[in-house]
Design a protein around this ligand. Structure first.
Ligand code: GLV
Ligand code: GLV
Length: 330
């Protein structure tokens, strides 16, 4: 019999077929989030799992499923994984970098522009039949071209956003990151490294593209927002928890900054109730990588990670490659 794997959510049929060539596939195509106890029950006897950000995979899960050898996240972010616990248990973890970089950068720019130019607020106004109340400064927003773009987190996606800003919109690009880019990458992105205080102070539009970790928890809270220009916009396409949503809602209500665009939230799929009532925020349900091509490519990469690791021992995009061969579950 073929070894068995679990796909934790409904995914593309062609990716399921691809996996069926190698495995018995248990596919949660009913598509609800599996609670930890259900996940443990569904994983019994399985060697691999494709997961999404909705499932927390920690030491307790992998201890309860001794057969499990790999968990492949269909996402570039992997804060739903306790990677050290997986490594300690000899379970390989993979994510989906690269395939979503340009698509996610496109969305970051879409959200930045929608926020700066007050797109959703003005659409609501039109739909509500209020256009007869025209004024010269109606929905007058913030300039995008030629303004200063601040990027916090300068990985692949941050760099792709920098190129769009500098080359497409003539923006002055400044960034802050744990480590500085090498000079040739900085030159290619036309981005200047600054400290975090300078980034907060100088950005007309600040976009967050850094991974979530204990260190980045509430990297933007009341104190950071207070350092931003009152005319500035803030965009978060990174992870919920990087922004203190309660502090942001309060700042938006008090117009301490002009507007925000948020694709990610603390406690998704819940949204802080105050964010739902302030007008100067554009809200989207964690869709930055959601194009048909990219979501399919992410699922296919996760599938290929499982197939390659379990057939050749060589996964494509491992997060803890150091365990391969050493203490990995066989
Ligand atoms: C989505 O948020 C991802 O991490 O891919
Ligand atoms: C993060 O992994 C990124 O691609 O920016």
């Amino acid at each position: 019999a073929k070894p068995a794997i679990l796909i934790s959510r409904k995914i593309f049929p062609e990716v399921v077929e691809h996996l069926r060539q190698h495995f018995e596939v248990d596919h949660n195509d009913a598509d609800g989030v599996l609670a930890p106890a259900q996940l443990i029950a569904r994983l019994q006897g399985k060697v691999g799992a494709l997961t999404t950000g909705s499932e927390r995979i920690d030491g307790a899960i992998v201890q309860a499923v001794p057969s499990l050898r790999i968990v492949a996240n269909i996402a570039v972010g992997y804060n739903n994984f306790d990677v050290p616990a997986l490594s300690a248990a000899g379970v390989l973890a993979t994510n989906t970098p690269d395939v979503l970089t340009e698509t996610t950068a496109d969305f970051g720019f879409a959200l930045l522009m929608a926020t700066a130019r007050r797109l959703t607020e003005s659409e609501h106004f039109l739909r509500a039949g209020q256009w007869n109340r025209w004024a010269l400064d109606m929905f007058a927003g913030a300039e995008v071209h030629g303004s200063t773009l601040g990027i916090l987190g300068m990985g692949r996606i941050g760099q792709a956003i920098a190129r769009r800003g500098a080359l497409g919109f003539g923006m002055k690009v400044i960034y802050h990151n744990r480590s500085r880019l090498d000079p040739s990458t900085e030159a290619e992105c036309q981005a200047r490294y600054v400290d975090k205080a300078t980034l907060l102070r100088e950005a007309d539009h600040l976009i967050l593209v850094l991974p979530y970790s204990k260190e980045s928890h509430h990297a933007i809270g009341a104190a950071e927002i207070a350092q931003m220009k009152p005319s500035a916009t803030l965009v978060n396409i990174a992870r919920g928890g990087i922004v203190d949503d309660a502090a942001l809602a309060k700042a938006l209500k008090e117009r301490r900054i002009a507007a925000a665009g948020l694709d990610v939230f603390e406690g998704e799929p819940q949204v802080h109730p105050d964010l739902l009532t302030v007008p100067n925020v554009v809200l989207t349900p964690h869709i930055a990588s959601a194009t048909i091509q990219t979501r399919r490519a992410m699922a296919m990469l996760a599938a290929d990670n499982v197939i390659d690791y379990l057939t050749t021992g060589q996964p494509r995009t491992p997060l803890n490659a150091e365990i391969i061969g050493k203490g990995a579950r066989a």
